[in-house]
Design a protein. Sequence first.
Length: 167
Amino acid sequence: MLLKVIVLAGGCFWGTEHFFRQIDGVTETQVGYANGQLSNPTYRQVCTGTTGHAEAVRVTYDAERLPLEKLIACYLKTVDPTAVNRQGNDVGPQYRTGIYTLSAEDKAVVDKALKDLEKRLGRCVAIESEPLVAFWPAETYHQRYLEKNPGGYCHIPPDLFEWAAEQ
């Protein structure tokens, strides 16, 4: 087993976390706030859109079972890659898309995947690719939110959760 970590921002973190919990090879998820200017921000602070944080999910995965390229391909199914500061009904800089890496090697894989996507789309994508500067866990009630609240709002279509479970 080769455990690695990546942080993914895909709009509201509830659905992104739930999606990745379905994928074989993901061993742990945690929702929180990536990068930004405040230490240990609260949801209320991040929702102002002024802290620079993105709602994100820290994904721990077994790279032997789930190569980073496949994990990124799964992520790209859940976002509108050209939307700026918006996914679904969620609008604001905290809902931007981003892939935050812990190593130069992983950043190179992410950058290649995003360049390939831009070639396929014929336009630039709005997905950030940056090193992870900081990750602050969100409040307890946000963790595994859609498991606790199955009818909760999610911008990811339900059939994608079924697709993820088959991967």
